[in-house]
Design a protein around this ligand. Structure first.
Ligand code: ZN
Length: 308
């Protein structure tokens, strides 16, 4: 049984309007769902992804309005690595980020930058998997960001490796890097030495990384994790998919998520992200709930008709 690389990555924002602008307008991802936090319906849970909302490209944010900045330290993901198709695409992004005033550092065929709240990103040229891209009128499709390749976390390879290899079926790539590759796609996690300062969960930090599996194999992972006694939750229904959570030995929060039923359970593909999605028990109170949420535009509302 093999995991299918990174399913999604979830992080925290204290500034949803700026976050939405950066990920949809600047980076060109698609807002595939604008829902509320199941545990706190006064704030958003935002999902950005490729055109179809595919596992492998979903970056989600929990909104905590005005939350102070966090700091990535031991046990936290500090960089999200995504693919582009070519060195020309790296050049395109260096220019585009520069014109937006985003400090980006080019290192050969890689480009590193932070989001407005400090989440580290890296674009690399990668052709190992099919690109998962969204359309954007200002971004040529061949240069669009194409889904996750890897995460880098602060932690200890010696402590984190045995669970990756012995329970999660990962293969060691080098001293500090493991690959989780299934039949459809793969992804890696690398561990870097933690900084001296302790970690602080807050705005601009990653909360957890989810590894993908199929609907059919998800219950088997539940069994395997219970047998391995890694302190995993049982299966939780996250509405768009099913989840199991556990903390790995360096402290990084892992999730194992399946492929179903996906974002089109609420809206047809062409309308994803256009309205706030509420759990059925909140639907009768929609007006009241929406009045308490930070107003956010539909990022595609102003697009020329031909582009949408
Ligand atoms: Zn998650």
């Amino acid at each position: 049984m093999r995991l299918e690389g990174i399913h999604h990555i979830s992080a925290i924002t204290g500034d949803a309007p700026r976050n939405l602008d950066f990920y949809t307008r600047v980076l060109g991802l698609r807002l595939t769902a604008k829902t509320v936090n199941q545990d706190d319906p006064g704030v958003y849970h935002l999902f950005y992804a490729d055109e179809q909302g595919s596992p492998g490209a979903e970056l989600t944010f929990f909104e905590y309005p005005g939350a102070p900045r966090g700091r990535a330290g031991r046990g936290m993901v500090h960089r999200i690595v995504s693919r582009v198709a070519s060195a020309e695409a790296i050049g395109f992004w260096a220019d585009r980020l520069g014109s937006e005033g985003v400090a980006a550092v080019r290192d050969g065929d890689a480009l590193r930058f932070d989001d407005p709240e400090g989440i580290g990103h890296e674009l690399v040229v990668d052709g190992a998997d099919e690109p998962l891209r969204a359309h954007h009128p200002e971004i040529p499709d061949e240069h669009a960001i194409g889904g996750f390749v890897a995460v880098r976390a602060y932690g200890s390879p010696e402590r984190s490796g045995p669970l990756l290899e012995g329970v999660l079926g990962a293969e060691r790539v080098d001293e500090a890097t493991w690959e989780l590759r299934g039949e459809r796609r793969g992804g890696t996690i690398a561990f870097d030495p933690p900084p001296a300062e302790r970690s602080l969960q807050g705005a601009g930090t990653v909360h957890h990384v989810a590894w993908g599996t199929s609907v059919a194999e998800h219950p088997l992972w539940d069994v395997r994790l219970q047998e391995a006694r890694v302190g995993a939750t049982r299966v939780i229904d996250r509405y768009y998919f099913h989840s199991i959570y556990f903390r790995e030995p360096s402290g990084v929060l892992y999730e194992i998520a399946d492929d179903g039923p996906g974002f089109t359970r609420d809206l047809p593909l062409e309308e994803l992200g256009s309205r706030v999605i509420l759990p059925s028990w909140l639907e009768p109170h929609r007006a009241e709930v929406e009045s308490r949420l930070t107003p956010l535009p539909d990022p595609r509302a102003g697009w020329p008709a031909a582009a949408a």
